[in-house]
Ligand binder design. Structure first.
Ligand code: AMP
Ligand code: MG
Length: 960
C-alpha cells in the first residue's frame, strides 16, 4: 500500500475524523472522511494521491479483501536519509554551486513598503485579496506566452516581479516558487512532505522590451528546474542568512499556481503570496498577505496594479518594462490633481517691497520692527528704507543688480533688504557669522558690485583679498547716516517687476562650491500671500526673526508679517530665547534648535504657533510643544532652497500620532513623487519629490548645466516648470506626504533600505532621551553599520550610570520594536547634538564611535582632576568620551584649543601650568600629573568637587 499504508505511521501527526483509523472503515452515504494534517507531515500533492488511493483501497478493504496497491518501495525515512546525504550524493556540487552563484549577496529582505512596522518577531496574521481577469484576458496572456515558448506561469512571474520592482523601488527581485521534489520515481506515490521552494531572482534593471524580459525570466525558470534538487533547507544552511525572527530566510514573497503542488502552504511563513488559478471564467489572482505588515487597501492596490500591468503587457508586449502603465486613471487623477495645492489667487504682479509699502499705507503707525531697544513703526521703517533706496539708486543700483548684505542683526539689516528691493536690486545675504572663506566664495560667485555693511565689519572685509576687492564698493551704513538722512523718504518709483530677481539663497549642495538659487519677487509673493491666508493677524502680531538671512526661513519670518500688519522681532538667533523671553507670538525655526529650547523651558509665554522646518520633525517634539499651555499649533513645513521658502506644510493642533508628515503642497504648488524613470509612484511607495508651481526659482546663478539638470519642464502641466529636490517621499492615502530622507543619504544594509528617520523617531520616544540621530557609517568599502547618537533629557543626571542606563533602555526598546538589521551597532551619548550654522543637526560633525579595534583602549579617569581634564577635552573637542590615556592631538586638538583649555584649567586650579608642560605629555593623565606636580601633591585633586560630566556608554557590541 502506498499512501494509505503510510497513514498508520503518520498517526501521530495526522488526525483523522469521521472514523478512527481502523482495520475496517464503513462509510454510509452521509458520512465523509475528513483529514487534517500538519504541513510538516504532508503536502498538497500527497493529499491528492492519498485521496485517490484511499478510495482504491477502501472498497476491497471494507470487504476484508486485500487492496490492489503494492507496498511502498521507499519510506519517508529512507528519503530523509537520501536528502541528508545530498551534498555528497545525488545533489552534485554543481547544483549547489549554481544556487550559491545565483543567490550571492541576496538582499536580506524585499523592499516593499510596509504599512505597519515589521515587528522583531513576525507573527502571521493571514488575509487574502483576490482579483479576476476575464476569459479573453486570460486567453491573451496564454497566447502571448505560447508565442514566446513560455508558460503562463513564467509570464505571470515576469509581470509579478515588475510589480514588485515598481512597488519596492528595487531592481533585484526575489520570488519563491513551490515545486515538488518528486522527480524521483520511488517517492512519487508517497504521502509525506516533499515540497521544495525554489528561490528565483530576476533583474529588472534594464528598461528592455517586455518580451525580452520574459525571455530572461524563462531562462531563470529553466535553470532552476534543472537544479531543483537542492532542498531549500540546505540552501539556507549553506548561504547562512542572518537569523532574524522578523522575516523568513532568503525569500518572503511567493508565487504559485493555485493547483500546483505546494501552493496551498506557500503562504504560511511569507509576507506575501500570489496564487493564480485558471478556469473557464478566466484568471483568478489571489494575494495572500500578512496583515501584520500590510493594510488591505495596499494589497488591493497591488492587485489592481498587477491586473493593469497584465493588460498593458498583452496590449503592447514590446513596450519597455518600466514604461508599462501600472496606475489606473483614477489613481493618476488622485495624485496629479486632487492631492495638489489649492489654486488660489495671489497678486501675481506684486513685488515683495510693494506688499510692504501697501501695508505701510494701511497701518502707518503699527509696530513693524523690534530689535533690542529699537522699535520702528511701518511708516518709520518704510521711510528709512526709502532713503537708503534713493541713495542706492544714485549709486547705480537697479535693474536686478546684486547687492551684498553683511550686517549684524539689527533694524538696519531689515532696512537694507527693503531698500535694495525698492531700488530695483536683488539682495545677496552674507552672514557676518560665516567664516571669511565661505563669504569670499559667495562674493566671488555672485560678483557683487555693492556690499552693504557697517563700520566694524567693513574693517574685516576690507582686509580680505576677495571680500575687500576693488570691484565691490563697501558701503558702511552707519558711516553714511548723515548722507542718508538727506535723502527723500517717499517711495521711489517702482523699479522691479514681479518676474525680476529679488534675492539669492546659497545652498551648500552636496560638497563643493556653494551654488546660488535665484528667487524672483513672484516666487516669494506667492508664499507671502499663502502665509497671510494661513496665519491669523494675532499669530503674526510679533514674529521672531531668528534665522540667518542666508537661510530661506528668514524670508517667511520677515516678509509675511511685514506684508500683513505684524511686527518682526529681530534677535541674534533662536538660542537668544535662552537669555531672554521676548514678547513673540510665532517662532519659526528648525527642530534641533527647538528641541534645545523646549528642554530649557525657553519657549516664550506668548508663543501661539511654532513653525518647524529644515529637517525631519520628531513626533515627540510636536507632542511636547502642544502640551505647552501657550502653544496652539505646531506646523511642519517642508522646504527646498530651489522653491521659494516653504513647499508643503501641515498644522498640528493635536498629537500627531506615531509619525509626522510634511503635509500637503502649499497653495499654487504642485508635488510629484516620481520613480527613477520619471513615472509617478503609487501611494505608499517611495520616490523622489519634485516641486512645481508658483515657487519654483528662476534657476541657479551662473550654472546653466546644473540648472538644466535640476529645473525641468513639468511633464504633467504644459508650460510649467518643476524642480527636483533629491529628497525621498511617499504619498499617504490622505494626500499628505511622508518625508523619507535625502536620496543620497539612504542607508542600505544587507540589501535592504533602512529608514533612519523611523529608528530616530523610536529612539526619541524613549524615556530619558531628548534627541536621537542615527547614521549609517561606512566601515568597509561595502559595509555600513548604524550608529545611534542620543542626548539625555535635561532631567537625567549627568553621571556615568545615567548614560549607560539611557543606552540600555533605548536598546531594549528598539530590540523589541524593530528587526535585527535595523539595530544600531554602536551607541554614543552626547551632551548635545552638533548643529550647523542654520541650527540643523550637523551630521558630518557627529563624532565617530570609539573603536577599540584601533587600539585606543578607554581608561576611565581615576581622580577628580583627571575627570575634570577629560570633561573639558570632551566639550572642547566634541569627542563623546575621552580616556585618561588619549592623546589630545590624536583626538583632533590643535594648539589654540590647547592654550584655551590650559587657561581654563589654570583658572580653576589657581596655578598657571606652562604650556610646554602640556605639550610634553598631552594626555589627560599627563596634564593632570603636571598640575599635581605644580601644586606639590596628589591631594589637590580632591578639592575639585563640581565636575559636571556627561558620561558616554561604551558599547560592548562595538566592534563586536
Ligand atoms: P537646505 O539644503 O538647508 O535648504 O534644506 C533643504 C533640505 O532640508 C530638504 O531638501 C530636506 O531634505 C530637508 N527638509 C526641509 N524641510 C524639511 C521638513 N519639514 N522635514 C524634513 N526634512 C526637511
Ligand atoms: Mg526654500
Amino acid at each position: 500500500m502506498n499512501a494509505l499504508h503510510n497513514l498508520k505511521h503518520l498517526a501521530a501527526v495526522v488526525r483523522a475524523h469521521a472514523a478512527h483509523l481502523p482495520e475496517r472503515i464503513a462509510f454510509n452515504d452521509d458520512a465523509a472522511p475528513a483529514l487534517k494534517a500538519q504541513h510538516t507531515a504532508t503536502d498538497g500533492w500527497s493529499l491528492e494521491s492519498l485521496r485517490r488511493e484511499f478510495w482504491q483501497q477502501y472498497a476491497p478493504l471494507s470487504r476484508a479483501e486485500p487492496g490492489p496497491l503494492p507496498p511502498l518501495a521507499v519510506q519517508f525515512a529512507g528519503y530523509a536519509q537520501w536528502q541528508r546525504n545530498c551534498p555528497q550524493g545525488e545533489v552534485p556540487d554543481r547544483q549547489l554551486a549554481y544556487w550559491e552563484r545565483q543567490l550571492a549577496d541576496l538582499p536580506a529582505l524585499h523592499n516593499l513598503p510596509l504599512d505597519h512596522a515589521r515587528p522583531a518577531v513576525l507573527s502571521f496574521d493571514g488575509a487574502v485579496h483576490g482579483i479576476a481577469l476575464d476569459a479573453p484576458a486570460l486567453d491573451g496572456l496564454r497566447k502571448l506566452a505560447a508565442g514566446r515558448q513560455a508558460s503562463l506561469f513564467m509570464l505571470l512571474h515576469a509581470a509579478f516581479s515588475l510589480l514588485l520592482a515598481r512597488h519596492s523601488g528595487s531592481d533585484d527581485i526575489v520570488v519563491g516558487i513551490p515545486v515538488t521534489a518528486r522527480r524521483n520515481k520511488p517517492v512519487e506515490g508517497s504521502s509525506d512532505y516533499f515540497a521544495n521552494t525554489l528561490v528565483l531572482r530576476t533583474d529588472c534593471g534594464g528598461n528592455v522590451p517586455f518580451i525580452d524580459y520574459l525571455g530572461h525570466v524563462k531562462a531563470r525558470h529553466l535553470d532552476a528546474r534543472s537544479y531543483q534538487q537542492v532542498p531549500f533547507e540546505l540552501l539556507v544552511e549553506r548561504l547562512q542568512p542572518a537569523r532574524d525572527a522578523s522575516h523568513a530566510p532568503l525569500v518572503q514573497i511567493m508565487l504559485a499556481m493555485a493547483d500546483a503542488p505546494g501552493a496551498e502552504a506557500a503562504g504560511t511563513k511569507c509576507d506575501l503570496t500570489l496564487a493564480a488559478a485558471t478556469s473557464a471564467d478566466g484568471l483568478q489572482l489571489n494575494f495572500a498577505y500578512n496583515a501584520a505588515l500590510f493594510k488591505p487597501a495596499t494589497v488591493a492596490r497591488m492587485a489592481r496594479h498587477l491586473a493593469h500591468l497584465l493588460r498593458a503587457i498583452v496590449a503592447d508586449p514590446a513596450c519597455p518594462i518600466h514604461a508599462l502603465p501600472m496606475l489606473d486613471d483614477e489613481e493618476r487623477r488622485q495624485m496629479l490633481e486632487r492631492f495638489q495645492g489649492r489654486v488660489a489667487d495671489y497678486p501675481r504682479e506684486a513685488t515683495i517691497h510693494g506688499l510692504f509699502e501697501a501695508q505701510a499705507a494701511r497701518t502707518p503707525a503699527a509696530l513693524a520692527l523690534v530689535h533690542a531697544r529699537t522699535t520702528l513703526s511701518y511708516v518709520e521703517l518704510n521711510r528709512r528704507a526709502n532713503q537708503l533706496a534713493h541713495y542706492l539708486r544714485a549709486q547705480g543700483v537697479g535693474g536686478g543688480s546684486l547687492v551684498g548684505v553683511c550686517l549684524r542683526r539689527s533694524a538696519a539689516m531689515v532696512v537694507a533688504l527693503m531698500a535694495i528691493l525698492k531700488a530695483g536690486g536683488a539682495y545677496v545675504p552674507l552672514d557676518p557669522n560665516y567664516p571669511d572663506q565661505r563669504l569670499a566664495d559667495m562674493v566671488d560667485d555672485s560678483d557683487i558690485a555693492w556690499l552693504l555693511t557697517q563700520r566694524d565689519l567693513a574693517q574685516r572685509l576690507a582686509g580680505h583679498p576677495v571680500l575687500g576687492r576693488e570691484r565691490t564698493a563697501l558701503l558702511a551704513l552707519d558711516v553714511l547716516d548723515e548722507t542718508l538722512a538727506l535723502q527723500p523718504y517717499t517711495d521711489p518709483e517702482p523699479a522691479a517687476a514681479a518676474g525680476d530677481l529679488a534675492y539669492l539663497i546659497y545652498t551648500s549642495g552636496s560638497g563643493g562650491r556653494p551654488r546660488a538659487v535665484r528667487i524672483c519677487h513672484r516666487n516669494a509673493v506667492a508664499m507671502i500671500a499663502w502665509g497671510g491666508r494661513e496665519y491669523s493677524g494675532e499669530e503674526l502680531r510679533r514674529v521672531l526673526c531668528c534665522n540667518s538671512l542666508n537661510v530661506d526661513l528668514s524670508v517667511f519670518e520677515l516678509f509675511v508679517p511685514l506684508s500683513h500688519g505684524g511686527a518682526v522681532v529681530v534677535v541674534e538667533n533662536a538660542m537668544a530665547l535662552l537669555d531672554g523671553s521676548p514678547d513673540i507670538t510665532l517662532l519659526n525655526t528648525v527642530p534641533s534648535a527647538c528641541r534645545a529650547l523646549v528642554d530649557s523651558g525657553a519657549i516664550p509665554i506668548g508663543v501661539r504657533v511654532v513653525n518647524l522646518s529644515g529637517e525631519a520633525l520628531p513626533p515627540v517634539l510636536v507632542d511636547e510643544l502642544i502640551e505647552l499651555p501657550q502653544v496652539r499649533r505646531v506646523c511642519n513645513l517642508y522646504r527646498a532652497a530651489e522653491d521659494a521658502t516653504y513647499s508643503s506644510w501641515i498644522s498640528y493642533a493635536d498629537r500627531p500620532g506615531e509619525s509626522v508628515s510634511i503635509g500637503r503642497p502649499l497653495d499654487n504648488r504642485r508635488f510629484y513623487i516620481l520613480d527613477a524613470r520619471g513615472q509617478p509612484v503609487p501611494l505608499g511607495v517611495a520616490g523622489e519629490i519634485y516641486i512645481g508651481g508658483a515657487g519654483v526659482a528662476l534657476g541657479y546663478l551662473n550654472r546653466p548645466q546644473l540648472t538644466a539638470e535640476h529645473f525641468l519642464d513639468d511633464p504633467f502641466r504644459p508650460g510649467g516648470r518643476m524642480v527636483r529636490t533629491g529628497d525621498l517621499g511617499c504619498w499617504r492615502e490622505d494626500g499628505t506626504v511622508d518625508y523619507l530622507g535625502r536620496e543620497d543619504a539612504q542607508a542600505t544594509l544587507r540589501g535592504c533600505r533602512v529608514d533612519l528617520a523611523r529608528i530616530e523617531a523610536r529612539l526619541a520616544a524613549c524615556a530619558g532621551v531628548s534627541a536621537a540621530v542615527v547614521t549609517a557609517m561606512v566601515t568597509a568599502p561595502d559595509r555600513q553599520r548604524l550608529v545611534a547618537y542620543l542626548t539625555p533629557a535635561a532631567a537625567t543626571g549627568p553621571t556615568g550610570r545615567a548614560g549607560a542606563d539611557l543606552v540600555a533602555g533605548a536598546r531594549a526598546a528598539l530590540q523589541s520594536a524593530l528587526p535585527d538589521f535595523m539595530q544600531p551597532a554602536a551607541w554614543v551619548v552626547l551632551p548635545a547634538l552638533p548643529l550647523t550654522a542654520s541650527g540643523k543637526v550637523d551630521r558630518k560633525a557627529l563624532p565617530a564611535p570609539r573603536d577599540t579595534a584601533t587600539g585606543l583602549a578607554y581608561v576611565t579617569p581615576a581622580t577628580r582632576l583627571e575627570e575634570l581634564v577629560a570633561t573639558l577635552w570632551e566639550r572642547q573637542l566634541g569627542v563623546p568620551t575621552v580616556g585618561v590615556e588619549d592623546d589630545f592631538f590624536a583626538l583632533g586638538g590643535d594648539t589654540p584649543l590647547a592654550l584655551g583649555i590650559l587657561a581654563k584649567l589654570s583658572l580653576i586650579m589657581g596655578v598657571a601650568l606652562p604650556s610646554p608642560e602640556f605639550f610634553a605629555a598631552p594626555t589627560v593623565r599627563g596634564v593632570a600629573q603636571a598640575f599635581e606636580r605644580l601644586c606639590g601633591g596628589a591631594g589637590i585633586a580632591n578639592d575639585i568637587v563640581a565636575v559636571h560630566r556627561i558620561a558616554t556608554c561604551r558599547n560592548p557590541r562595538w566592534p563586536p
